[in-house]
Design a protein around this ligand. Structure first.
Ligand SMILES: Nc1ncnc2c1ncn2[C@@H]1O[C@H](COP(=O)(O)OP(=O)(O)O)[C@@H](O)[C@H]1O
Ligand SMILES: [Mg+2]
Length: 510
């Protein structure tokens, strides 16, 4: 007999319905899965067989063929255990097929018949809703993330036999609900605070400008000067996430299997700091069982690359496209997959191999050639995508001990939020999200210089040895500086500050 049960499959973060067709026929006993199953999916056979037997059902000693349609889409992961088991029960008359027909089923089975949580439930449930399904059966572990999807009835299950009792109408399972407003309000500790950073007025200012306009930033300074400390405090001065943004981030974490129990919705901006030995796949995404990389896990947040010159060159080059587009495209056999990757890049570097060039406390022993080769590992095109370059000098002990705490993150964040609001109005009805992402047209339209500012340009160009391309970057940063002052026109002082954020280029990469 033939039975059909619904499930879903993903392509990137988008998905479609999958028909799990099971045919049980007379013949030599066997169990086969066709329809492009991945390795974890092929192993379903062993789990389903044991789970059915150990849940008190009969496993047919006949020929079982499972087809996962559409057959041209690869089915990854163990989430088809549950729909396959239900379809076998329906095909062997142990369950009424009509009772199962309105649901989408997702879940892994353990050998004793309990239902295990799986990765990617949130994007799968979103896909089900898009296809017009309203009822989903998911593992209890994943019920909260599934319930984030509005207008869905989410039935959590823990055991296969209980699920069947529910489908037969012998037992009740109440749809799982979450309080979205409460989840959004759930305050974390807000992360580390800018108040901990003493002194460093210039670096704090640069970080505020970066946050306000969404600019990438590079910090150069000797070890212990506080680069990591500053970078970790950036998410805390960025605007609060909207629900849509939180959901986008949560989809990626769900897919990567990184949602923590009890925290179905990610409400804080991510901060990711992969080690410099990271591979291209680790950073960009991909692999045999395709996964989002660090750059997607940092979506709407901060990607911190400490010791930037130590990263493999091909890894840095692979960053160029996602930095430009805000999405990352991964090629694989049979097409490409896109993941979101709208990030702020914060990079840190020592000024030289030993780290002490220009340091007041220790002597640097590197030759000029060594220094140049070290920083030269950051290629021009990568450097070009970082709007703000600053030097972070070491704060000496007396200054640290004597100075007052810095301005707290909450106050800086309020200013940043105001400037983001100006940008939201400026770019309304365009895909541009912030000053850093202006198109060349928008730069021409919105970056209007005062007469005094225009007069500055020739001398600066000569002095800093700027390319036309970095000039556009300078204008974007100047736009943000002017926004921070509430000025419509870019004045000389705004332009001068923005130009100053390019001054390292001539010194280190000239
Ligand atoms: N401006 C500062 N105010 C307070 N503490 C600082 C400051 N700069 C450095 N420190 C202290 O020094 C430690 C090392 O800083 P870190 O950010 O790791 O330096 P880097 O990443 O540049 O090597 C910090 O954890 C912090 O305790
Ligand atoms: Mg550090």
């Amino acid at each position: 007999m033939l039975a059909i049960v619904k499930s879903t499959a993903l392509h990137g973060l988008c998905g479609c319905l999958v028909q799990v067709e099971v045919d049980v026929t007379n013949g030599l006993p066997g169990f086969e899965i066709v329809g492009l199953p991945g390795p974890a999916c092929r192993e379903s056979r062993d789990r389903v067989r044991s789970a059915l037997k150990n849940s008190g059902f009969e496993f047919p000693a006949r020929r079982i063929t499972v087809n996962l349609a559409p057959a041209d889409l690869r089915k990854e992961g163990p989430l088809y255990d549950l729909p396959i088991a239900v379809a076998i029960l329906a095909a062997t008359g142990q369950l009424d097929q009509a009772a199962a027909s309105k649901f989408v089923f997702l879940g892994e089975l353990s050998l004793n018949g309990t239902v295990r949580g799986v990765a990617g439930v949130l994007p799968n449930v979103l896909a089900a809703r898009e296809q017009g399904v309203r009822d989903v059966i998911v593992p209890l572990e994943n019920a909260a993330e599934a319930a984030l999807v509005q207008d869905m009835r989410v039935y959590p299950v823990e055991r296969l036999d209980r699920l069947c009792a529910f489908l037969r109408g012998e037992e009740e399972i109440r749809p799982y609900r979450v309080d979205l407003a409460a989840l959004m309000k759930k305050e974390g500790d807000g992360g580390p605070d800018m108040a901990d950073v003493r002194g460093q007025a210039a670096a704090r200012r640069a970080l505020e400008v970066a946050a306000a306009g969404g600019h990438n930033i590079l910090m150069v300074g000797s070890p212990g000067s506080g680069k990591t400390m500053l970078a970790r405090r950036l998410p805390g001065i960025l605007p609060d996430l909207t629900f849509e943004e939180a959901l986008e981030i949560t989809k990626i974490y769900s897919l990567a299997g990184l949602l923590k129990p009890g925290f179905p919705l990610i409400t804080e901006r991510p901060f990711r700091s992969p080690h410099h030995s990271a591979s291209t796949v680790g950073l960009i995404g991909g692999g045999r069982q395709i996964r989002p990389g660090e750059i997607s896990l940092a979506h709407h947040g901060v990607l911190f690359l400490d010791e930037l010159p130590e990263f493999h060159r091909d890894v840095l080059e692979a960053l160029r496209q996602p930095l430009e587009d805000g999405v990352v495209t991964i090629s694989r056999a049979g097409g490409t997959i896109t993941y979101p990757a709208s990030i702020m890049l914060v990079a840190a570097a020592n000024p030289c191999p030993c780290g002490f060039l220009g340091d007041s406390t220790r002597q640097c022993h590197c030759t000029p050639h060594q220094v140049q080769r070290y920083l030269g590992r950051i290629s021009g095109p990568v450097l070009d995508r970082i709007d703000i370059h600053i030097e972070v000098p070491r704060v000496n002990y007396e200054d640290l001990a004597g100075s007052l705490p810095g301005e707290p993150s909450a106050k800086i964040k309020r200013r940043v939020q105001e400037v983001r609001e100006i940008q939201r109005r400026r770019f309304a009805k365009t895909p541009t999200s912030c000053n850093a992402r202006m198109t060349p047209d928008q730069v021409r339209r919105f970056c209007v210089l005062s007469k005094e500012a225009r007069a500055l340009i020739p001398s600066f160009f000569r002095h800093l040895n700027l390319s036309a391309r970095s000039y556009e970057r300078v204008l974007k940063v100047a736009r943000t500086v002017a926004d921070l002052e509430g000025s419509e026109v870019i004045e000389a002082a705004h332009l001068a500050e923005a130009l100053q954020y390019r001054s390292l280029e001539g010194r280190y990469w000239g």
